[in-house]
Design a protein around this ligand. Structure first.
Ligand SMILES: NC(=O)c1ccc[n+]([C@@H]2O[C@H](COP(=O)([O-])OP(=O)(O)OC[C@H]3O[C@@H](n4cnc5c(N)ncnc54)[C@H](OP(=O)(O)O)[C@@H]3O)[C@@H](O)[C@H]2O)c1
Length: 182
């Protein structure tokens, strides 16, 4: 399973996207895989610091989808750091084309880790098969807290339809809900 994040999450949060458990990393190595899954970023201007956790944390294949708004020198700098950079010829990354490219480079399963803008875009384009929602037994956030599907939103009559396929009760009191898109 590979992880994908949207541009704002990538640039503002600098996620590591690594496997936290040492036992799981070792298991992956024993199976002849890299210790961490491929990390994928979608970003209009790939102004990613070379010492960011996305690039530096853990041994992983790194892939960025971006646009011509990223300078040639920045693309070269990322490539020199071992990042595979795909530059789309449109003002925004074409997510359907991105999925085809990912398939060509060996990605069969992709876990999208947010934020809400990229989640919504991928769902709206029908590019998502399954939605996992963890309901935590805690109350936090506020009026401006991000939602799983931000973007411009949809009116009720155009709602995307899903079907609950599984509900797992976790020991910490939370529940993991799994939905398939219809
Ligand atoms: N588990 C969690 O709680 C969790 C997980 C992930 C993120 N987050 C939070 O969510 C927030 C970020 O989410 P976000 O919704 O603001 O941004 P996002 O989904 O992380 O990134 C969206 C950005 O990706 C770029 N992009 C490039 N091509 C795109 C395309 N075709 N479609 C959509 N986006 C494209 C756009 O940049 P341009 O605007 O430059 O075009 C867009 O603004 C952060 O606060 C982060 O901490 C929380």
């Amino acid at each position: 399973m590979r992880s994908l994040v949207g541009g704002r999450t990538l640039l503002e949060e600098q996620p590591k996207l690594t496997v936290r458990s040492e036992a799981l990393r070792e298991g992956r190595i024993r199976q002849g895989r890299s210790p961490n899954p491929m990390k994928v970023g979608v970003v209009t201007v790939a102004d990613i610091p070379k010492d960011s956790d996305f690039i530096k944390a853990g041994d992983a294949r790194l892939v960025i989808f971006t646009t011509p708004q990223t300078s040639i020198s920045q693309v070269e700098q990322l490539r020199a750091l071992g990042v595979e950079v795909f530059v789309n010829d449109s003002a925004r990354v074409d997510l359907r084309k991105m999925m085809r490219t990912l398939k060509k480079i060996g990605v069969d399963h992709l876990m999208v880790e947010g934020g809400g803008t990229i989640n919504f875009e991928l769902m709206r384009l029908g590019l998502v098969d399954e939605l996992l929602i963890y309901v935590s037994p805690m109350i936090f956030g506020g009026a401006n807290a991000p939602t799983p599907a931000d973007g411009f939103g949809l009116p009720r009559e155009d709602a995307m339809q899903t079907k609950l396929t599984d509900a797992e009760r976790w020991d910490d009191g939370g529940v993991l809900l799994k939905y398939k898109f219809l």
